[in-house]
Design a protein around this ligand. Structure first.
Ligand SMILES: [Zn+2]
Length: 309
């Protein structure tokens, strides 16, 4: 046996000993995920609303998980939103855009990255939107613009407040100007809500960035945020490279953004349902609720009343 054969056999043995790295799909289908203390059972995380019991990291939620947390398991109706023709620009980069859409749809079971539902919170009827980060980073294109407009229209027709749970990297570059034009379209839809005196509440979750931050995510009557969420326009490294200065600690995290005035209140996931319900009660029956809440001594109620005022 010459040394080459020996080396090859040794290589085979090593391969058997070192376990193959799990694929992304295997990780997604596993019962386990990881956080600060290493592996954690997804079931345990789910029982704690997908918040790590050790470090309080608020893990990302898909729209169904988000609505289960906000409204109760399956206690909402998913509304079918219009889907425009795919890929009118016939875009092709390292992969055709139509193929990317196919993969995203298979992965998430959604037609576009936004889901619109109607439900109730604190006995108040509400229309709500949430995005799925697994659908091309929850980026925005014509279909998402249509979903947003549909939700706004539905809210106006039924005199509902609109809640938007934001996440996503921004506008979807594969659709160029068609994506960018969703920024003024969503802004116009929000203006219509405001003309109708309907509350528009934004809940910023990790991560909210780019054109999403530059449009509908920053136009709320009230901006709530989950703890530790990345809320940004450009990335920190780009900014640091431009201003050539050390950025402050926690830059672009909810807590920092709250200090700079872009977030009204940071709310733990377990408290979202109750606080959004209270805020809506205050906004919809403003005077009577504010008076009764002012009489309450709890710091929490005073804070919520201040936010809604
Ligand atoms: Zn953790």
């Amino acid at each position: 046996m010459n040394w080459i054969t020996k080396a090859l056999r040794f290589g085979e043995k090593i391969k058997k000993v070192i376990k193959k790295r799990a694929s992304k799909e295997e990780i997604a289908n596993s019962d386990w995920t990881s956080c600060c203390k290493g592996p954690i059972l997804k079931k345990d995380l789910e029982d704690n609303l997908w918040v790590c019991p050790s470090c309080n990291k608020h893990h990302r939620l898909n729209p169904r998980q988000r609505f289960d947390v906000l409204f109760g398991k399956n206690n909402y109706e998913i509304l079918k939103t219009p889907i425009p023709k795919d890929d009118p620009l016939n875009w092709n980069d390292s992969k055709p855009y139509v193929d990317r859409l196919k993969i995203a749809r298979k992965k998430t079971g959604m037609d576009c990255s936004m889901m619109v539902v109607k439900s109730t919170i604190n006995n108040i009827n509400i229309t709500a939107i949430a995005s799925d980060f697994d659908f091309m980073g929850a980026s925005i294109e014509a279909a998402e613009g249509e979903a947003f407009l549909y939700a706004s229209q539905h809210a106006i027709e039924n005199q509902h407040p609109l809640l938007v749970v934001t996440s996503g990297g921004g506008m979807r570059m594969q659709a160029s100007m068609i994506s960018l034009s969703q920024m003024p379209r969503t802004t116009l839809a929000i203006n219509e809500l405001k003309k109708n005196n309907l509350p528009y509440i934004v809940l910023l979750t990790d991560p909210t960035a780019g054109g999403i931050t530059a449009s509908y995510a920053m136009l709320g009557d009230i901006h709530l945020a989950e703890p530790g969420a990345l809320i940004a326009f450009a990335g920190a490294r780009v900014i640091q490279g431009t201003v050539r200065e050390e950025l402050p600690e926690g830059f672009q995290k909810s807590e920092y953004v709250e200090k700079t005035g872009f977030v009204d209140l940071i709310v733990e996931r377990k408290d979202l349902k109750e606080k959004i319900g209270k805020l809506l009660s205050i906004l919809l029956k403003k005077n009577s609720s504010i008076n009764s809440l002012l009489n309450e001594t709890s710091e929490d109620s005073k804070k919520l009343t201040k936010v809604a005022s």
